[in-house]
Ligand binder design. Sequence first.
Ligand code: ADP
Ligand code: MG
Length: 326
Amino acid sequence: PHLVNQIAAGEVVERPASVVKELLENSLDAGAGRIRIDVDEGGIRRMRISDDGCGIAAEQLALALDPHATSKIASLSDLEAVATLGFRGEALASIASVARLTLASRTPEAAEGSEVRAENGQLSSRQPRGMPPGTIVDVEDLFFNTPARRKFVRTERTEFGHIDDLVRRLALARPATAFELVHNGRAVRRLVAATDERSRQRRVGDVCGQAFVDQALYLENRHEGLALEGYIARPSFSRSQADLQFFFVNGRLVRDRLIAHAVRQAYQDVLFHGRHPAFVLHLTIDPARVDVNVHPQKTEVRFRDSRQVHGFLFSTLHRALAETRP
Ligand code: ADP
Ligand code: MG
């Protein structure tokens, strides 16, 4: 089973940020209200994700590291309506096959936590561990046993940059969750939980810069089961914006041609150009009307009715932008 895992890991674990992504998605799926990401040396040396989510019962702890164990799908038909971020059940096992991993957890009902440690395909016996309710995952020495993969890891700075990008986009996707990012013992980001429109705006400012929020248009629209909400740059906003394009579908960051096209068209139609608009937009749609299972990295979507989605995006953005015309 160890070999199979290492092959599967190729799809999931590419660099420290891919580990952090899987662990953060698990924390979010566990309903965490507060997540701390603490990494050393760009995550290459050590990554620790702690959350205050639902935790894992002691007797399930070892199972969570099993290649195909997931608590998120009860039957195959559930796949159609998956709303959680991870659902393949292979992330923890894959990470454990390319690093030293410690999984510690405590459910709110449990009197104490417990932990298991995985190294070289070997699982330690379960040990008690004093900890608050939630889950702590420690990943050390990524790729220590796969030197070929280790070669593709870049500098500490580059790898940390990928982790920070990831935290930024998840922080935008989940404003109600507090995030703290620590690098080499230094707090890099501290994002408090946002509960109302005002604090959600603050979250966007913390992540995208206050300059973006200060000039942005806020929009909100619903139509036939589709809801769009968020901020788009006014035509006058002119800084380089390649890094300010965030589109979320049901809380998942998506890069999709259909969406990009609808946004570009709307800007073009109103302003006669569609150069790199900046936006932070959230689309909510019935999960049964969208396929998210098209790519291992899960960043692409396929809408059942793509024309309807395109039309809704275009008309919503178009109306908002047209109002800015003198
Ligand atoms: P998946 O997320 O696809 O189910 P993973 O390998 O990422 O698979 O996780 C396996 C299982 O471990 C999850 O289904 C979940 O039950 C449990 N788990 C992992 N991380 C956490 C966490 N932070 N809090 C609670 N449960 C967790
Ligand atoms: Mg997962």
